[in-house]
Ligand binder design. Sequence first.
Ligand code: FEO
Length: 386
Amino acid sequence: MSKVEISDSIRYIGCDDHTIDLFESQYKVPNGVSYNSYLIIDDKIAIMDTVDSRVTKEWIDKLESELSGRKPDYLVISHMEPDHSSNIGLLGERYPELKFVVNTKTFPMLKQFFDMDISNRTIEVKEGDTLALGKHTLQFIMAPMVHWPEVMMEYEITEKVLFSADGFGKFGALDINEEWDSEARRYYINIVGKYGASVQAILKKAANLDIQMICPLHGPILKENLAHYIEKYDIWSSYRPEDKGVTIAFASIHGNTGIAAKKMAEILKARGETVSIFDLSRDDMSEAVADAFRYDKLIIASPTYDAALFPVMEDFLYHLKIKNYQNRKIGIIENGTWSPVAGKLMKMYIEQLKNCEIIEPMVTIKSTMNQNNIETMEKLADAMFV
Ligand code: FEO
């Protein structure tokens, strides 16, 4: 694996994981994921977060190699989610002099996750506090709900580095060379997406800092063109569409609703529109959710099933609701062989979403798409682009 370079004093000691099947037991990570951890070496030594228990041995080896026989003074705990905190107990035992740098919301979580006496080993920090390491000084920035309540970020004043916790993270291991936007979007929308207001608050604080480098807890260290990443975070966290286009998400039992959804895609593409289409039974849910956020329009298509929605559509709409999906135009295609109710149920979901406009006409298919349905789809396409 190539070495991740930051600076002479700030060393990368994180680890790639290509063996995990599902990150957080729900997200496919075909290119793995990295658990980032850093070491700041100065008069005092600070470890910036630990890593997931899946990579403990590799991480300890890297830590000890970079320490070259010295002992760490501080463990800065930005986030207590186990992909970053799993080795806190191990570090506490290994280095009895180590102090834990935490905030008031970290304490109860530390006690819940670890059975150890931390009473004389914590340094509690709050917004704006600083910790001098020598030539380097950490300034603490509280970032509640990006993505848990105890999250904090640290700004290293001398090298102008922002340690951004889960913020600006990305799926994909660091030994994979891939475009940032797509997997960072999927990561952000699905993991932090609900907490847009909290991200907006942290972006406002960050705007007052001269940031030369961003060191997140997942994904690559960002060193250049930081305005690009910050702009993406501003768009995503304010629930603004990123691009013009239509996401079509369909559920289909025997294929007939799928045929209609694909016809809708054909109609839109013939008009020169960008279309991203997902079969919710087979395609990745997190990609469908991410693209629903990416584009300014959404069309959902589902059959009626047991006088309810087909389960994968219910699941998709549930995801949109809990991720605070808003500010979009939404068209509906329903199917039902005898008493179609899918359209009514999808509308009820959409009515719970902030500032989402249902675009008429709704397309109602009875078993299989017919010429009338195609004409209604053309009208729906007209209405979506007025
Ligand atoms: Fe990567 Fe919220 O933990």
